[in-house]
Design a protein around this ligand. Structure first.
Ligand SMILES: [Zn+2]
Ligand SMILES: [Zn+2]
Length: 275
């Protein structure tokens, strides 16, 4: 049994065939899903999908957060983003704050994308880390080209946070060490299957088994041999196979270990009071 610790089932590509996406995943042994929100709207939609799936006995949980690419939406005070996140987190299907973080590819220096400045991204991240601490929820961290700035912020909060994951890990080994030292898990995507991703495989091999998570980040980053196609949770076993070979384990062992880790980190085995 595999658990996809990071997928975007609300993305248009996957939402259009929600039942089919879940059916194909289940047929491939992927039985748990953490459905990631990236702004208020998608976090609400992720909750609705999770509730629909849970009604059918499929274990989909959700997260709520504002992605750094949506940071400009956060500071729109009329939207009451902080209040909206607190309201969302009352839903027992919300198991983490995320994805939140820093994205220095899509900042205000980007030639086409009207991203938020690095300062605004940092401010939005800090506000959401404080929400996670108040609610005692783990965090799902997004990082693109922002290793040092991100670590400088995270270390101010890590001792108060109930853990979290640096998802889609692609930073150097030295950064992985520091992230692990702060008590975080590392999440590995289809990146580990890419031919030119030797450095990512080195980190996945180095990562202690009790800190290892696997994810698709679907609809993005389809693993080999599906590169270029829309990614979906049914492809997660390809990620698991690569990670298993790096640790000289059977794929079923990596499935069990990473599912256990995700269940513990996000408290997925706790019964919902009501759905
Ligand atoms: Zn991300
Ligand atoms: Zn994501």
């Amino acid at each position: 049994m595999f658990l996809d610790s990071h997928c975007h089932l609300t993305s248009p590509e996957l939402a259009v065939d929600f039942d089919g996406v879940l059916e194909r995943a289940l047929a491939n042994g992927v039985t748990g899903f953490l459905n990631i929100g990236d702004n208020i709207e998608s976090s609400q939609a992720a909750c609705v999908q999770a509730a629909q799936a849970q009604q059918k006995g499929i274990t989909v949980w959700a997260t709520a957060g504002v992605h750094p690419q949506h940071a400009l939406e956060y500071n729109d005070q009329s939207a009451g983003t902080t209040e909206a996140l607190f309201a969302l987190a009352k839903n027992p299907l919300i198991r983490a704050i995320g994805e939140i973080g820093l994205d220095f590819v899509y900042d205000d220096q980007h030639p086409q994308y009207p991203g938020a400045s690095r300062e605004v991204q940092a401010d939005v991240l800090r506000q959401q880390l404080e929400i996670a601490i108040t609610l005692s929820l783990p965090v799902v961290i997004h990082n693109r080209e922002a290793d040092e700035a991100l670590l400088a912020i995270i270390k101010d909060y890590s001792s108060q946070l109930p853990g979290g994951v640096f998802h889609c890990f692609g930073s150097p080994l030295e950064i992985a060490r520091r992230v692990l030292d702060l008590g975080f898990h590392l999440g590995f995507t289809g990146l580990v299957t890419f031919k030119n991703a030797e450095a990512v495989r080195e980190v996945a091999k180095f990562c202690p088994l009790d800190r290892l998570l696997i994810e698709t980040d679907a609809p993005y980053l389809a693993p080999v041999p599906y590169r270029g196609k829309t990614n979906e949770p049914s492809y997660l076993p390809r990620v698991a196979e690569t990670v298993a070979s790096l640790h000289n384990l059977e794929v079923q062992e990596i499935a069990a270990i990473t599912t256990h880790n995700a269940m513990q980190l996000f408290h997925l085995d706790e019964k919902q009071a009501e759905i």
